[in-house]
Design a protein. Structure first.
Length: 711
């Protein structure tokens, strides 16, 4: 018996994370750590070992990740015991995939499992989707998707073998999420959110915001090849400024719609309730050739460049209580139920009997606020597009299933008058760090009414003092007025000497090393440290996880920190060789040499429009290594995608965005390729039969490349 008890005790020591203990991860976590709060593991390891009912708490900071995180179907929770990944307390974990190349395979996260719950995570700079959601019954709550090189979050199948709609991702809830600045190199595929092509039934977007993406806010495209997708339900979502990034840049290739709701004439009966589209570069809401019966109820379009509502002839769409204002026009085909909508057609109000004339005076404000969301991620537009108390849009709608309202009938548009008097606000308090103290709340309620005043008092633990509230105030007792859901943090500070730990990681380990000065086991509060990245031979620093690219940086220690330096091969040299038509190095090609008076040498290569056609260039280099390639071209055709093959093996995607005219030349984004010592063949090749760019020249930069005679 004693031997059995000893074995049982040893088993418990080996598996400290069993019995639904939580798992903690951090940017500096190690796979071999236990996963306790003071011994965090890695996210990838935590995902492998999590059991139903457990939560992975992610500490704040930047997680530099180069490979897709794949959650397989076998790694699922259950309806009663979800598997959860949540931001710890009020910290901000950022999954940074900037090391990925832009190819379809490089998703940030592929969630193919069932019954997962993500909350408070930022996913950025993936080589394709930030998240591909291909499983069922998952919730993505208050997450941010930014600067990914395809749609921020896309609901579609992962396995091509799943050809039936009942095999496609279903019953997922996307709640209070934000997606912005997503842009692919072609600037025509990266939407904020997408639920398209192979998306199942029962998926919902609620309280989400999609803005400043290169293509659409939402894309629900369907193809004849794969057939209809499941109907999507939208509630209280906002799409704005799509087609223009937050830095003000725009392109000619993006579709730039707010809500794009179909494709190729396939009928799917989506539902949109209380959604808002404004400032988009094309349509606010468009069926995009969805000829089904879309339910459009209590939505608002404002100041979109083309149609506020663009729905074409042939659809059986149902419009109730919608408002469009100051878009270029509206194109409405479907049933205007009981004349309950107000459209902006040819610069004037139409579609309502008796007529309701829309004007600036109907709204409290038409000025877009700086902050457009609450702390939980849900939209908060303040007074923007809110109805004035004397607007004749109040109580002018018709009652519709799924629409709550004040007064005797719903108002017109997305914003119900009096909704700002909403009750049931939730107050959450957080002590940071948890061991630092607690917060007393008076009065204590599950939910609060608008205008309720709550008194909060910070109580430090032994060896801690109160430092500040999250709004910066420093008195231990404060009050808050409840008008939205709120999270209030009390920051405490230890009175004991700080002992912060710094962990450094070189990625990959053979790429280089990091020196730390001073190099100590622990650091005091505010102590400044200098970190220097030292690349190994043939490599260079690409970036720190903070985004900085200088070899030397400094950091001030205010908490335990994990610092990653990402290394990569560097170009072998800086010499540039240009190869033009009919010159040495310009070899086999499928097409014709044409005259363009604006070309540098008055000639361009017109590649024959068929997949697999292209141009071969032959160069000789003195050493193996990385070289950079750029093409100059003019393009008023159809397809913008091609690939570069190196010695008939490596295949790298390259984009040729459309140019503004047949005489306006452009250059591609620099493409890094690996060449072998000696003679190499670089082939630019088309991938489809659509009209492609005319090529002026190719430039290659590196260690003394020279044009070589054609083989």
């Amino acid at each position: 018996m004693k031997k059995k008890l000893t074995y049982l005790f040893f088993t418990i020591l080996l598996f400290p994370l069993g019995m639904n203990a939580q798992i903690y991860v951090s940017p500096a976590g190690k796979e071999t750590n236990s996963g306790a709060i003071d011994s965090p593991t890695t996210l990838q390891h935590a995902i492998k070992i999590i059991t139903p009912g457990q939560t992975i708490y992610m500490r704040g900071g930047i997680y530099s990740i180069a490979s897709t995180i794949f959650i397989i179907r076998e790694n699922s929770g259950t309806a009663g015991k979800l598997k959860r990944i949540e931001a710890y307390a009020d910290e901000t974990p950022i999954l940074d995939f900037s090391a990925q190349r832009e190819i379809n395979e490089n998703k940030g996260i592929v969630l193919d499992g069932f019954y997962w719950y993500f909350k408070g995570i930022t996913i950025r700079k993936a080589g394709d989707n930030g998240m591909l959601l291909s499983g069922n019954n998952n919730t993505i709550d208050n997450c941010i998707f930014e600067k990914n090189r395809d749609s921020g979050l896309q609901i579609s199948r992962y396995y091509a073998a799943y050809t039936a709609i009942n095999q496609w991702p279903s019953n997922n809830l996307i709640l209070n999420c934000e997606s912005f600045d997503n842009k692919d190199s072609l600037a025509e595929n990266a939407d904020g959110f997408a639920a398209k092509l192979t998306c199942g039934q029962g998926n919902i977007f609620r309280g989400c915001i999609s803005h400043n993406n290169s293509d659409d806010g939402w894309d629900l495209y369907t193809k004849l090849k794969t057939g209809p997708i499941g109907a999507i339900l939208f509630e209280n979502c906002v799409a704005y400024n799509n087609g223009t990034l937050t830095n003000g840049t725009t392109t000619a290739t993006g579709d730039k719609n707010g809500f794009k709701l179909g494709g190729e004439g396939i009928p799917v009966n989506h539902i949109l309730r209380r959604c808002i589209a404004f400032g988009n570069g094309q349509h606010g809401f468009t069926d995009n050739n969805n000829l089904g019966s879309i339910e459009m109820t209590n939505n608002t379009s404002y100041n979109n460049k083309s149609n506020g509502f663009g729905f074409r002839e042939g659809g059986k769409h149902q419009f109730r209580n919608n408002v469009s204002y100051k878009s270029f026009k509206d194109k409405i085909f479907g049933k205007d139920v009981e004349n309950s909508n107000v459209w902006w057609i040819k610069g004037s109000t139409n579609g309502r009997t008796p007529a309701l004339v829309i004007s600036d005076d109907d709204f409290v404000s038409l000025t877009v606020p700086t902050v457009l969301k609450n702390e939980d991620g849900s939209p908060n537009l303040g007074e923007f597009l809110a109805l004035k108390s004397n607007s004749d849009f109040i109580d002018a709608g018709i009652q519709v299933a799924g629409i709550e309202f004040n007064g005797i009938a719903p108002d017109l548009g997305a914003r119900e008058f009096g909704a700002q008097q909403k009750t049931d606000f939730v107050l959450k308090t957080v002590a940071k760090p948890i061991a630092g103290g607690s917060v007393t709340v008076s009065p204590v309620k599950v939910t609060y009414d608008a205008g309720d005043v709550v008194t909060l008092t910070a109580i430090p633990s032994p060896n801690y003092i109160f430092k500040s509230w999250s709004d910066g105030s420093t008195t231990a007792t404060t009050t808050v007025k409840m008008d939205i859901n709120k999270t209030i943090t009390a920051n405490f500070k230890s009175t004991l000497p700080a002992a912060y730990i710094l962990t450094t990681v070189a990625n990959p380990t053979e790429g280089g090393t990091i020196t730390v000065n001073p190099n100590k086991a622990t650091y005091a509060e505010g102590e400044v440290i200098t970190l220097t990245a030292i690349p190994s031979a043939g490599n260079e620093l690409k970036s720190w996880n903070s985004g900085e690219t200088t070899n030397e940086i400094t950091v001030a220690m205010t908490a335990d920190m994990g610092i990653t330096a990402t290394f990569g091969e560097k170009l072998t040299g800086t010499h540039t060789l240009r190869i033009e038509e009919a010159a040495p190095g310009f070899c086999a090609y499928e097409g014709t040499i044409a005259i363009n008076s604006s070309a540098a040498n008055r000639k361009v290569t017109n590649i024959t429009d068929a997949p697999g056609n292209g141009i071969n260039y032959t160069v000789k280099v003195p050493n193996s290594g990385l070289y950079m390639v750029v093409f100059r071209y003019v393009h008023r055709g159809k397809t913008t995608a091609a690939k570069v093959k190196v010695n008939a093996a490596d295949s790298i995607d390259v984009a040729f965005p459309i140019t503004s005219s047949t005489t306006k030349f452009a250059t591609t984004e620099p493409l890094t390729i690996k060449l072998n010592k000696g003679i190499n063949t670089i082939r630019l090749e088309t991938i489809d039969a659509l009209t492609f760019a005319n090529i002026d020249w190719m430039e290659i930069t590196g260690e003394a490349p020279v044009a070589e005679s054609c083989p």
